[in-house]
Design a protein around this ligand. Structure first.
Ligand code: DGY
Length: 325
């Protein structure tokens, strides 16, 4: 009996690929090279399912060229800003993602950055490795304490809440801005203060964490004007999507000292990083590691498989993304 054909655009963890081979006629990318539009279209010939990742631009141009056989895009990842959902809906292609299973890992990395920047961890690590460290002195490489500071979480969804929960363990005061106020029980648990106005919240925070999805509404949400509202001792962390901050405006302010520091895991034009950010000591840079744990990536793979199997069984996949079209 022939198995359904599934195209996977990047190499996935070995156990996930093995399971996909067992269940489906999987076209894997053993070289793990970025596929061009032409390569992706040609690989999809006769296939039913496309499994892309954040590095693939699944825009309307590509979607409109996909063969009619493609019925589903089962994204390996939670963010779907790289997929044109309306174009997929127009072609009756079902789109799914992998929410929930990378919440803790992304929140952990957010906290790591929130600690690393004020405590100058990577700057200190670099110095220690050069051999130029001359030993402890009372005024050497002082940073700032996070205990008791105010953290403004932008986007109080799963990941925002997981960040806030962890931050409470450091006695950090939680503030948040979200399209909708969260349930009062969640607010009470986190002892969180809601700000309807993002601008007002930004002006009062010591630390800021971006945890909202990238959509047309949140693109450059932190533009130059909003960045100018931050206090000069503020530290900003982004583990969501690079395009939510105007990266050039951020780099300028970090260079001039208008903003004290930043911890970034995501960038506007990955894998490129604004050259100024690379030079600055008050910036901690990670290469999009939010969900990069063995456990998280296996769980993401399992979700992809379940979404595909459910779809092929003729049922609604658990992580189907609904559009209004
Ligand atoms: C996600 O799941 O959105 C991660 O950023 C990787 O795509």
């Amino acid at each position: 009996m022939s198995k359904p054909i599934v195209v996977v655009t990047r190499r996935l963890p070995a156990p996930v690929e093995t399971r996909m081979m067992e269940l489906f006629d999987s076209r894997l990318n053993a070289d793990d090279t970025q596929l061009s539009v032409e390569q992706m279209i040609s690989l999809c010939d006769g296939a039913e399912i496309l499994v892309p990742t954040v590095t693939d631009k699944i825009n309307s141009e590509l979607i409109n060229q996909l063969p009619d056989s493609i019925k589903m895009i089962a994204n390996f990842g939670v963010g779907v800003d790289h997929i044109d959902l309306d174009a997929a809906a127009h072609r009756d292609i079902v789109v799914t993602n992998t929410p929930g299973v990378l919440t803790d890992d992304t929140a952990d990395l957010t906290i790591a950055l929130l600690l690393a920047v004020p405590r100058r961890l990577t700057e200190g690590s670099r110095l220690a490795r050069t051999g130029a460290w001359e030993g402890w002195t009372p005024t050497f490489m002082m940073g700032h304490r996070v205990t008791g500071k105010r953290l403004g979480v932008i986007g109080m969804g799963r990941i925002g809440q997981a960040v806030a929960k962890r931050a409470r363990a450091f006695d950090i005061q939680i503030h948040y801005h979200n399209r909708r106020r969260v349930h009062e029980d969640i607010e009470a648990d986190l002892e969180a203060t809601y700000w309807k106005s993002l601008d007002q919240m930004l002006a009062h925070m010591d630390l800021v964490s971006i945890n909202c999805p990238q959509t047309p509404e949140t693109h450059h949400l932190l533009n130059a004007q909003r960045l100018d509202l931050l206090q000069s001792h503020a530290v900003i962390v982004n583990t969501a999507r690079g395009g939510i901050i105007d990266e050039a405006a951020l780099a300028e302010r970090l260079e001039s000292g208008a903003i004290a520091g930043a911890g970034l895991d995501v960038y506007e034009n990955e894998p490129e990083i604004h050259p100024k950010l690379i030079e600055l000591d008050n910036v901690v840079l990670a290469p999009h590691l939010g969900s990069a744990t063995h456990e998280g990536r296996l769980a993401m793979g399992k979700k992809v498989v379940i979404n595909i199997q459910t779809f092929l069984d003729g049922r609604t996949p658990p992580d189907r993304i609904l559009t209004t079209i």
